[in-house]
Design a protein around this ligand. Structure first.
Ligand code: NAD
Ligand code: ISE
Length: 334
């Protein structure tokens, strides 16, 4: 049976997902879309034989839509996810689940009240083979007990509208999720350091972000979103008996004149293309059973709470504790 997907937000990643569902993945078709940029939405809809609706909620309520993908700007996610929960429709929400901890909590409470998992958050790094290998090595005891995580998140450039806090809420939120997921424990405090500013950046950049986890693991993240040269994501989990490290996939290499040159991914699409595909296919396959393997609403809530603490740490120039509610039993497996 073909899963009929409605998609809200036909921008950058929304069209990337639509193209993949339509041309590369199996078991699903896009039947409805909405975007406030209505001409673009209609063009996208026409291209895949979908309906272009007048409002986001029309997508959710469309009887030809079994499940929804949300790819609109982050501040709209909560209302759109709550509408999906209200309609009893599974939803894959791009990160972040919400832009405030209070909003993320509303999603957790609404979903838990239904007694059924409907929400998955688009933290696609969980589907990257490199991250998965680090996790399986760690969980099998191959490097002992976790002590440290070193991470790097470099983007080539960001728009002029970039402000410091966005590096945390938009980019480092991925490291928040991967740290929690790899270690299997919550982050309890955040602090930040800024030093010399890149002349290419519209605001302070790079920034060093530090997390502390429940068991005392220290995580450092270099966030550098104007590095100019490409997209570079690194992660090393250091344990008591060894370490597991991410190797960026090599896209190609040229050897000439006594030197070997390899390609640095241009952006997140190139670096995580396989992960986005694996994430989407797994979600499509999971909808009929409800056994989702990706990040849950709880994970989205915890990530938002840590990001909020990070923004406060930035604004107030101090270490900030993360304020999480006790995990509802509904999310216990995760
Ligand atoms: P974008 O600006 O390219 O696309 C957002 C789209 O939403 C635009 O087409 C815009 O017109 C539309 N929109 C605005 N208001 C709307 C509304 N009220 N209802 C419906 N649509 C509306 O942004 P993007 O880069 O595609 O990012 C979208 C989301 O995806 C963000 O939350 C972002 O963080 C996330 N994202 C995730 C990844 C990842 O690696 N997982 C990568 C890129 C973006
Ligand atoms: C973007 O929104 C993403 O989620 C990418 O994965 C991330 O690397 C980038 O920094 C964000 O802007």
């Amino acid at each position: 049976m073909t899963l009929r997907i409605g998609l809200i937000g036909t921008g950058n990643i929304g069209t990337y997902h639509i193209d993949r569902i339509t041309t590369k993945l199996s078991g699903a078709a896009v039947t409805a879309v909405f975007d406030v940029a209505s001409t673009r939405a209609r063009e996208v809809a026409d291209g895949v034989g979908a309906v272009a609706h007048q409002q986001a909620l029309d997508v959710v309520e469309d009887s030809n839509v079994d499940a929804v993908i949300i790819a609109s700007p982050g501040e709209l996610h909560t209302a759109q996810v709550l509408a999906c929960i209200g309609a009893g429709k599974p939803v894959l929400c791009e990160k972040p689940l919400a832009t405030t901890t209070q909003d993320a909590l509303k999603v957790v409470e609404a979903e838990a009240a239904t007694g059924k998992q409907l929400v998955q958050v688009g933290f696609m790094r969980r589907y990257d083979r490199g991250y998965q290998q680090i996790k399986s090595t760690f969980e099998s005891g191959g490097i002992g007990d976790a002590l440290l995580v070193h991470a790097v998140h470099r983007n080539p450039t960001v728009p002029e509208t970039f402000r410091e806090f966005m590096a945390i809420t938009d980019s480092v939120v991925h490291e928040i999720d991967t740290s929690r997921w790899l270690l299997g424990e919550e982050i309890v405090a955040v602090s930040l350091r800024s030093g010399k500013k890149s002349p290419h950046a519209p605001a302070q950049d790079p920034q060093m972000v530090h997390f502390e986890t429940e068991s005392g693991v220290l995580v450092d993240v270099e966030s550098f979103v104007n590095c100019q040269y490409g997209y570079d994501v690194r992660c090393e989990l250091v344990g008591t008996e060894g370490y597991a490290t991410l190797e960026n996939p090599m896209l190609s290499a040229v050897v000439s004149s006594g030197a070997r040159r390899t390609v640095v991914p241009a952006g997140w699409r190139e670096r995580f293309d396989a992960a986005y595909g694996a994430e989407l296919q797994a979600w499509i396959d999971s909808v009929p059973t409800g056994a989702y393997g990706g990040a849950s609403a709880w994970d989205g809530y915890a990530a938002t709470a840590v990001a909020d603490a990070g923004v406060r740490a930035l604004e107030e120039g101090r270490r900030v504790d993360v304020d999480l509610i006790a995990q509802p039993s509904f999310y216990a497996r995760k």
